[in-house]
Design a protein around this ligand. Structure first.
Ligand code: 21W
Length: 254
């Protein structure tokens, strides 16, 4: 997969692109990423990328011509799906990550200032993407979030093949709790089943624990989740318990 990033702060991407998973994916040729400075596509001596808003008011607006020139030049030889990171975009989730990961090439437009001239979106953008409803200062961190999520969907990038399979199997539910040594922390013991060596029982415990965690912390996810038989049974049991007004063991109420 090929990703081109357009930004006025290319230096923000350096260590992120060199480190860990993404660094290795690039070294192995699974992921190609180019970061371009928008100012390289300006036509004036001052490399201007912003101007005052028509209609007045405060702040500055990113001017359209450098964006349009950049996107046209960077997609001339290699057509790409053009994504503007924007608070007004479709909210990023794993379904959108997969849709985008299926594209052979992406161009990510990262804007700053109060905004970007509307004609950029109209002329050289295929889709606007947001990473959530909170205000950031620009599209660079959202682009990194998107690149990291995308890279995990590229075959061969994540070493632990099993953990990707498991992530997708469990997609729609939260993960079960994890434990490692030491066996006792602040007086709290590891659930004994995890020390039993009984892998079938451990798997059932994890399924039920994932269901419980999801119901306690993100009940909204249950509507779209695909539940196993053990999970449907546990959900029915919890709902029955709730109707009966019975509080479960203290461990359920955390
Ligand atoms: C933030 C630009 C807010 C413009 C109402 C009227 C890209 C982002 C960004 C930014 C405004 C993403 C206002 C989640 C984000 C991004 C910079 C609007 C104020 N509000 N995902 N006027 N959050 N943010 N200006 O901020 O470019 S993806």
């Amino acid at each position: 997969m090929h990703v081109t990033v357009l930004t006025i702060f290319p230096e923000l991407f350096g260590p992120f692109l060199e480190t860990s998973l993404i660094g290795r994916a690039r070294e192995r040729g699974l992921l190609e990423i180019e970061v371009w400075n928008l100012r390289d596509f300006t036509a004036d001596r001052h490399r201007t990328v912003d101007d005052e808003p028509y209609g007045g008011g405060g702040g500055m607006v990113m001017t359209a011509p450098p964006w349009i020139r950049a996107v046209r030049e960077l997609t001339a030889a290699r057509p790409a799906w053009r994504v503007l990171l924007s608070p007004q975009g479709r909210r990023l989730d794993e379904a959108l990550v997969r849709e985008l990961a299926a594209r052979p090439a992406l161009v990510l437009l990262c804007a700053r200032y109060e905004g970007i001239d509307e004609r950029v979106a109209e002329c050289v953008v295929d889709q606007e993407v947001s990473i959530g409803d909170y205000v950031l200062s620009g599209g660079e961190l959202p682009a990194m979030v998107l690149i990291e999520a995308l890279s995990r969907q590229i075959p061969g990038v994540v070493q632990l093949a099993e953990s990707v399979v498991r992530d997708s199997f469990r997609a729609g539910l939260l993960d079960h709790p994890h434990f490692t040594r030491p066996p006792v922390v602040e007086g709290r013991e590891v659930p004994p089943v995890l020390l039993s060596g009984n892998h079938a029982e451990i798997e059932r415990w994890r399924e039920v624990a994932a269901l419980r965690a999801t119901r306690a912390k993100r009940p909204d996810l249950l509507a779209g989740a695909e539940l196993t038989a053990a999970q449907r049974r546990e959900l029915a049991r919890l709902e029955q318990e709730e109707r009966a007004g019975v509080a479960g063991p203290a461990s359920d109420r955390r």
